[in-house]
Structures are given as C-alpha cells and as structure tokens.
Design a protein around this ligand. Sequence first.
Ligand SMILES: Cc1ncc(COP(=O)(O)O)c(C=O)c1O
Length: 430
Amino acid sequence: MVMESLDDTDKTNIYDTSTMAANLPSLPLHNNNNNNGFPSSNTDSSLPHSSTIHLDHGDKVALESYWWKMRDKCTVEIKGWEFLSYGRDRTNSVCWFMSPELRDAIKRLHGLVGNAEIDNSYLVVGNGATQLFQAALFALSSSPSPSPHNPINVVAAAPYYSGYPDETDMVRSSLYKWSGDAREYDKNEAYIEIVNYPNNPDGSVRTTPVVNNKYGCEGKLIHDLVFYWPHYTPITHKAKHDLMIFSLSKCTGHSGSRIGWAIVKDIDIARKMTKFIVLNSVGVSRESQTRAAKIMEVLYNSYQSLRFDGSKKDSELFFEYSRHLLKDRWEKLRRVISENGDFILHNQFSQRAYCNFRKESSEAYPAFAWFMCKKEEDCGIYMEKKMKVVARTGNRFGSDSKFARIDMLGTGDNEFDEFLDRLSTIYQRG
Ligand SMILES: Cc1ncc(COP(=O)(O)O)c(C=O)c1O
C-alpha cells in the first residue's frame, strides 16, 4: 500500500491530521486535510511508475480514511479475560451466537437508512456474506428436505459476482451445483437464483429475478444486497425479500472483521442457516461482533447528533463522506475515459433517482468500474501488459474477456491517481 504525504492546509478542520502524534499506530491511505474534510488526492504521487497497481480485489480500503478521522470514537478495547465462551444469547431462539449489541446495531442502522425491512424477520450473523451465502444454499436446498435425485441448480444473471460459482461448487455438494447464467436457465428442474443489486461487477440495479423457465419449475431466491447502501446507490425502496444478505465489508469497509448478516423471513430457513454456521465455524468471533457493533454505533450516532447540531459537516457523516470519495473518483475516471479511445465504461446503472435516505435526487456511484477494451480480446491482459494494472477479467464473471473489473475503493488516492495517469498516457503513447 502507498502511504500518502500529509498536507495540513486546512487547520480549521476538527479532524485535522496535521496534529497526528508520531506514536499513532497507522496512517490513513488518504490525505484528509483539504476540501472541507472530504478526501482529496495528492498531486505528488510517490508511487513508482514501474510498480504494479492491484485493482482486482473487492477490498474497500479507501474507506480507512474516514475511520481514521473517527479514531477517538470507534476504538474497542477487549481484555484478555473476556469472551472465553462461544457466547450464548438465551433470549435468541434462532441465532444464539449473535451478540445482542450487534443485533441492535444492525436494526438501528437499517432503521436509519431505510434500505431493508427487518421486522417480522430473523437475523443470522455469519463470517462475512461469503459464509452466509453458503449457509443459504445449504438451507434452501435442504428445505423442506433435500432432493433425493439431483443437486438443485444455482444461477445468477451474468455478469455475476465471481465468488458465486467457486463457492457453490467448491465441495461438490450433493445438495446444490452451479448452473451458470440465470437468463439461459432452461432445465426442467428446481433452482436457486441469486439476485445481486447493485450488481457486482457492473452496478446494475435488477431487483427482480430473471429466470424465465418454460417448465414453470420451482425457484428460490437469495438477494445479495451487500452494496445496497447510500454511498453506492440511491435508496429507492425498503427491500423486503425472503432472504437478504448484507456485509460489513461493503457497508463500512471492515472486510477484515468478517461480519455479515442475513435477514430471513422463514424461521426454518434461518435455523438451518444457523446450523450450517455452527457446524462450519461454531458461530462467529465475539471480538469481531463487538467491534462491528461499535463501528455501526459510531456511524449511526453521527447521524443522530445531526438532528441536534445543524452545523455538522457532511464530511463527518459516513455515507456522505464515502459517497463524495466515490463521486470524485468516478468523475475523474469518466473524464480520462472520454479522452481514451481504447476503453469504454460499460457500467449499467441509471444515472439518477430519488434517494429516500438523502431526501434528494442522487446519482449512483458503483463500487466497481466495468471496462470494455476496444483494442484487444482480453481486457485484463491488455491492462496488465500496457499499464501494469491488475484488473479482474470478464470471464470470471460469466462474461467476455474483453471486459474487466476495477475496484473503485481498493486503493489510496495516490495509487488511484497513478492508475488514471497510466490510463491517459497509454492512449497518448498509442
Ligand atoms: C456481491 C458480493 N457478495 C458477497 C461478497 C462477500 O463479502 P464478505 O466480505 O462479506 O464475505 C462480496 C465480496 O466481494 C461481493 O462482492
């Protein structure tokens, strides 16, 4: 990772990083001091032009700068004698290993944002959306009882998140198997369709399933809503699907805590998902749950205090800060691409919609840029060869290799700017 140099032009900012003590544990990836506390890029890039830039992961490390600003509020201390037990909440008849603090923090956050209906549903905590997805496959394919004949088919509309096929087929389960693009599904067999919105990799917001099965087979749904948060997309409705998956990784950027949660309407499905997690990892780290609850509380409180303190800066509000960061990067990227004849941005999302959370018409700023290369068959290889930029190639997403995905939040500002620089100079050089 590239460490950014510090700029202390705005001494009035209450989060002024120029006061950083030398003994602080780590420095942020961003310079936070100008632009009214919003993240902004440095011009003196310290990244050597020869080094490779990795934009292929889905790690939202650019959000670190916000949490660094909030460091006094969100630190959690865990003592050596705490959390020896697996943890058992006797009042929770479904997901007994979920901490009550995390449960309450999740409910409050969804209540604030209005992105999901949580009443009359059951919450299941998991080791990230990754484990919850597999728990959901297990629960849905064995409910009411496993098919004695065939594993159930699992599909998603291409381009789909590259994790789905691998996670589905990893253990060659007799309960479920990957069956590719949902639009092409045409078997006379039951299926599970994953609906992901905003979609990874192209940002499209398809809230409804796409399987159009001529046999009228039974279909079950998993809604992966890890990106349905106001920094990425306008919150146009309160999601009310039977099984929805969310993740701390994409909401606040804390992928390393490995916390995800599912909102499940059917108690039997919620119990089966819980059983999967118990047999797979005997619950979820209590340290991680404690930290996640704290992070969510800090996020929530920043909006609560807004009610009493009209002078609060937008840069102190997590979703505004993160949205601004994405907006800035998208605007720069669009500018560079408009002058670069080698690539087209192929993201599929409507430009504007009314956001119920922000109470105004908002633009979408997807977490990933979905590139199409006009010059060569393999966009990923082209980027790596010509620009030393590692992107994830389109065929990993059930699409064509002329596409590639770039993570918009996977680096600090200097690396991102260096990427833009390479993107513009490669075209000029030809
Ligand atoms: C669409 C989608 N679903 C699920 C996941 C897994 O997230 P987690 O880190 O919570 O396991 C990712 C991660 O990139 C994702 O992009």
